[in-house]
Design a protein around this ligand. Structure first.
Ligand SMILES: NC(=O)c1ccc[n+]([C@@H]2O[C@H](COP(=O)([O-])OP(=O)(O)OC[C@H]3O[C@@H](n4cnc5c(N)ncnc54)[C@H](O)[C@@H]3O)[C@@H](O)[C@H]2O)c1
Length: 264
């Protein structure tokens, strides 16, 4: 898909790896000047360098989306260097790795850290960026939720609650900000092949482990998504062509949440 994002400055949180990195490439390939904001400073630098080496425009800033001061500082730096922010992609997110337990065994520590990054991080980053968009000519915000925020999964209490929060926060942002020229939408990915899901389900290079079989049986397309397939949905939502889309949750899940994949 080709759209025109020339002259647009886009900030992508968690852009060093996975889905965020695919979003960085999709935006750069369509003319945007991208700023990666990632807690993994080294990987952010490396990701930005790859973009620049390939002829794109990209810079990397270290930052933790759950830290108010750091995000305010990031916005200050971007405004100082580039003068505007037209697009914000709230992508940074974490989940429990490995052990998944029911709610009565769920640790408060995991609950708090996941909520702090996945939900409060969207609030903190948006709150820091929105005033710059209001002073400019509006903007686009895309929050990355998850199908887990729409149809709960078992044994991931904090993640499903945080991602449901992101879905509804997106709608409340859309009705507050749409009239002022800032369109806010979300993308809800299904299972996507990134380093986390590879470790949990799919094994290296998607050479599916046994663990993946039951998961894949829920997906009509019979495979996980690729990060690029999520990135293209994001690209559409920030494109000039999506000028009347505000407050939607675009599900990109190979049909997982469309219904039951079984005969009755
Ligand atoms: N992979 C999937 O199957 C899947 C499915 C649904 C939704 N998602 C969502 O997509 C988004 C990206 O996930 P991914 O699978 O690419 O993950 P990933 O772990 O591959 O990448 C996440 C990126 O966010 C960064 N990050 C983590 N905490 C941060 C913080 N506090 N501040 C700034 N950066 C931080 C990491 O360093 C990393 O670069 C997340 O919001 C995730 O919940 C992923």
């Amino acid at each position: 898909m080709k759209v025109n994002l020339n002259e647009q400055v886009a900030l992508v949180t968690g852009g060093a790896h996975g889905i965020g990195n695919a979003i960085v490439h999709a935006l750069v390939d369509n003319g945007a000047h991208v700023v990666i904001v990632d807690i993994d400073a080294e990987a952010g630098e490396e990701a930005a360098r790859k973009v620049v080496d390939a002829g794109g425009t990209c810079l990397s800033l270290a930052g933790d989306v759950s830290d108010v001061k750091q995000m305010e500082n990031v916005v200050e730096q971007v405004m100082g260097q580039l003068g505007r922010i037209n697009i914000l992609i709230n992508n940074a997110g974490i989940n429990t790795r490995g052990d998944r337990v029911p709610i009565h065994e769920y640790s408060l520590e995991d609950w708090q850290s996941i909520m702090q990054v996945d939900l409060t991080g969207v609030f903190i980053t948006s709150r820091a960026v929105i005033p710059t968009m209001l002073k400019g000519s509006g903007g686009r915000i895309v929050n990355i939720s998850s199908i887990a925020g729409l149809v709960p999964l078992r044994l991931q209490s904090a993640y499903v609650a945080a991602k449901a929060g992101v879905a509804n926060l997106t709608k409340s942002m859309a009705i507050e900000l749409g009239g002022q020229g800032i369109l806010v939408n979300a993308v809800a990915p299904g299972s996507t092949l990134t380093r986390g899901t590879e470790a949990l389900f799919y094994g290296p290079d998607g050479a599916y482990t046994e663990n993946a079989a039951s998961l894949l049986s829920h997906i009509p397309l019979g495979r996980p998504g690729k990060p690029e397939e999520i990135a293209h949905a994001v690209l559409f939502l920030v494109s000039p062509e999506a000028s009347y889309i505000n407050g939607t949750i675009l599900v990109v899940d190979g049909g997982w949440t469309a219904g039951y994949v079984r005969d009755w």
